[in-house]
Design a protein around this ligand. Sequence first.
Ligand code: ZN
Length: 500
Amino acid sequence: MILKKDKHERVSIVDGQLVKVACVGGGAGKMEVERLTPGGLPLLLSGFKGVAWAAGAGSGVIKAWLMLLISLTLGISSPVSAYRFMGYKWPRAEATFYYDIVDTKGNARSLSGTSWNEAFREAMDRWTNRTGFVFDAIDGISLDPCQEDQRNTVAFRRTDCGFEFGSTTLAVTYGFSSRGTLSETDIVFNGNELWDVYDGPLGLFFNDFTRVAVHELGHAIGLDHEDDVTSIMSSFAGDLSFPQHDDIEGVLTLYEGEIDAPNPCDSASAPLPLNIRLENRLTASDCRRAEIIATTPGRNDASLVDLYELNMPVSGLLVIRMQSEVLDSYLEVRDESGETIIAYDDDSGAGVNAFLTVRLEKGRYRVVANTAFSWAEEGGYTLEALLRFEGEAPVKLNDDKSVTIEMVEYGGRYYRATLIPFAPSTGPKGMYWRLGSATLRSPQPAIPIPGALVAPDSLDLIFNPIPALGRRYDVILQRYYDPDFPQAWIWRLKSAIPRS
Ligand SMILES: [Zn+2]
């Protein structure tokens, strides 16, 4: 079952033992465990009363707690698999659901038009497509989920099979097992709640039927709640809507040897060449981020991913840009194993383009090309990784406070440039320079060691390390548009960070 707010109750009978667990305060608080005899639940003597999912988005406390959890897991370079099992499973990795879903008003379709049947089918596919656990659908048959009849079904109900739903309960999964082997599971949606079908963040008023169905189907497969790592099996409903890396691992482990290999999604690593602009597309056949990347702060989602392998032939500064007309691009640089994030960026480029500079040692890395939203944005993009050599920038500070840069790269060509101190009529305080002169170097250098790069999008001026006062500084000048001199090239000091 899945709970809506910050209270989570669970009652289950696993092989004859009834266990009641109440977690108060969003899972971080007091936990009571009560053991009862199987006779305690007259309705379901041979079954368990499954687990409820709470909608965490409605509660700021829960959300804050989840963020804390996420930020704590960020520091762990290699998240351990943490899936939990209910203690039962199907004899084979397959189950058939019979259903013909109408809501409590008798509607077969949600407000946004998707039928409940279609949405449930989609929820089943989200497991089947990526784990190999086969959910079959036979729709057009309406069965009673409160009836033990050896058939799996799903329905909206006003009550939890005759009992009141908990005030925060969204849905309940019932299961019937004997010696750890399931024979039936049934899902009861709380018909007193407001329901619709949608992607993206969990809404405040309407619950998303599909993602709650995905969660309940996880219980039907044999997964229990998992609150230590990012998981669709979290006790609380939230923005996740697909099985996550850990959930998939859990199913593969539970049905090891009985499961066909899942459909591979296509995010095979391709080499990312240096200093060349690459064109690619995020498409529906790409893997979803959640399927291939374990715990990541705030980035556990259904967005599409392309993976690249990057080989740094020398240590140096790497400038990576991902640009798109249609995508909100998002970039990550990870270690070779892909498990540790070294750097990431969302919007540092112009518009919503990703742009990052990162210092990397010689070696191999992974680059993740992704989008910022948690749904499957598709579209083309360009990606380029520009290597800046490690040498000190040929940059000279002159007596008149002007700056000479022996080599500036702009648009793939190299210039000798002079910057002159500038005082804007308006604008934030800071140190400003305007371009005094720029001369195309002739011949163009064969092995360029530029002192600075004009970033293609933002037109920021990014320097190679500059020696000063016994240290070396990474300096970035931000392009500034002065209303009095709209045609002038003016920059403002953005950052000067000493190299550790
Ligand atoms: Zn649950």
